[in-house]
Write a protein that binds this ligand. Structure first.
Ligand code: NAD
Length: 415
């Protein structure tokens, strides 16, 4: 996987979209830059009595459509550029599924695996105290991301509530159910992606009940995708992989079996009755559906020409480079682009915010129904725009999403 800078890629895609939409210089400048960035340093008392100073960020990319929304990462290699790129994508993602929200993202440079539970709690609370009024339920609402959990969200919500002197459940999403979390959040990203796959299959005439699927990345998004792909459509999962490599069985690998194997061995490799396959080979496998659920820059100009799948389901953020996109488009591969395909997570996070404001909670069925409506509508808007402008699905997704944000900025008198 190449080390391309995701923010540079996002800016190339945005410049391209600005050309299609014939944006003015001011409009173009606004969609290319974050509106606000905060860098914080905060002290944390460690278990051995010493004090360690941690660094964190929060980026609010654009809030023309509403309060910003986006995850928080705890990662040793966190950089402001990654946070910027992810905040940028959140802006277009929220716009695309028509949420009244802007895009944000945050992170703390730390390795949670090296922290005790008490230290993790103090880092979480320290970060929120450092952000102070930079966030808020009607301003900027964080959520879990890499290495942050519902428990971390609960501590953060509690800290913010203490600062404000009242319960503020809506300041953060992805909370445990007992503290205002939403039913249906766990599998929302995979489920949302599969709703878009269902619509894509109708468009290209693919029978999902007879189709085969390979999944790169078997974490939260990938594992739920395998389970739901089977249960919702009867799709046959023939290969899955994780960071160590993959496992292949032409007759199908039941999702439950791989999940059990992964639980026991911490890897999908060596699943009984299956053969080994590398992460490179899984990309080129002869299957109907290729799901990308691991990392960015997986499909590049080097391997895009070798893809045999009819549909690519991008649950990961930024898995395909612009060069690869062009190759796939010319080959007629139907790509469901990342910020459309994986928007289910933020959509259910938005439902969590709404339920917190109302103090009234919906059933899981209600969540699924509302999620389906939004994902299906967004898919068709992107598909129809791609036909109208004769551009690939990613360019089309940018056109739909950027147009709405620019309209909001114009109405507000910013541009
Ligand atoms: P995760 O950490 O739970 O899982 C990631 C999986 O990818 C793991 O199985 C890991 O072993 C595998 N992986 C890592 N490096 C790999 C490599 N080189 N080759 C193959 N597999 C590799 O993460 P997740 O939450 O499932 O997120 C996966 C992707 O989906 C990320 O790009 C994330 O930003 C995106 N995403 C997730 C959500 C969500 O709600 N979980 C929402 C939107 C987008």
């Amino acid at each position: 996987m190449s080390g391309l800078n995701p923010f540079e890629i996002a800016r190339r895609q945005l410049n391209d979209c600005a050309d299609i939409l014939k944006l003015s210089a001011g409009e173009r400048a606004m969609i290319l830059r974050p509106m606000r960035e905060l860098k914080v340093s905060f002290p944390v008392r460690m278990d051995d009595g010493s004090v360690r100073v941690f660094e964190g960020f929060r980026v609010q990319f654009n809030d023309a459509l509403g309060p910003t929304k986006g995850g928080l990462r705890f990662h040793p290699e966190e950089t402001i550029d990654t946070v910027r790129a992810l905040a940028c994508w959140m802006t277009w993602k929220c716009s695309l599924v028509d949420l009244p929200l802007g895009g944000g993202k945050g992170g703390v440079i730390c390795n949670p695996k090296e922290l005790s539970l008490g230290e993790l709690e103090r880092v979480s609370r320290g970060y929120i105290r450092a952000l102070g009024s930079f966030i808020g339920p009607d301003k900027d609402v964080p959520a879990p991301d890499v290495y942050t959990t519902p428990q971390v969200m609960a501590w953060m919500m509690d800290e913010y509530s203490k600062i404000m002197g009242k319960n503020q459940f809506g300041v953060i999403t992805g909370k445990p159910l007992r503290l205002g979390g939403s039913p249906g959040r766990g599998d929302a990203t995979a489920r949302g992606g599969l709703y878009t796959l269902r619509e894509a299959a109708r468009k290209i005439g693919l029978d999902l009940g007879r189709a085969t699927m390979a999944i790169q990345g078997f974490g939260n998004a990938g594992a739920f995708c395998a389970q739901l792909g089977e249960s919702m459509f009867g799709t046959r999962i023939v290969a899955v992989s994780d960071s160590r490599g993959g496992t292949l069985c032409r007759d199908g690998i039941p999702a439950q079996k791989v999940c059990g194997h992964k639980e026991k061995t911490s890897s999908v490799i060596g699943c009984e009755g299956a053969e080994h396959i590398s992460n490179e080979e899984i990309i080129e496998l002869d299957v109907d559906i290729l799901v990308l659920a691991a990392l960015e820059n997986v499909l590049t100009e080097e391997n895009a020409g070798k893809v045999k799948a009819k549909v690519i389901v991008e649950l990961a953020n930024g898995p395909t480079t612009p060069e690869a996109d062009e190759i796939l488009y010319k080959k007629g591969v139907h790509v469901i682009p990342d910020f459309l395909c994986n928007a289910g997570g933020v959509t259910v996070s938005y439902f969590e915010m709404v339920q917190n404001f109302y103090m009234f909670y919906w059933s899981e069925e209600e969540i699924h129904k509302r999620l389906d409506q939004r994902m299906t509508k967004a898919y068709h808007e992107v598909f129809e725009t791609s036909q109208r402008f004769k551009v690939n699905m990613r360019r089309s997704a940018y056109v739909v999403a950027v147009k709405r944000v620019v309209e909001a900025m114009k109405l507000r008198g910013w541009v």
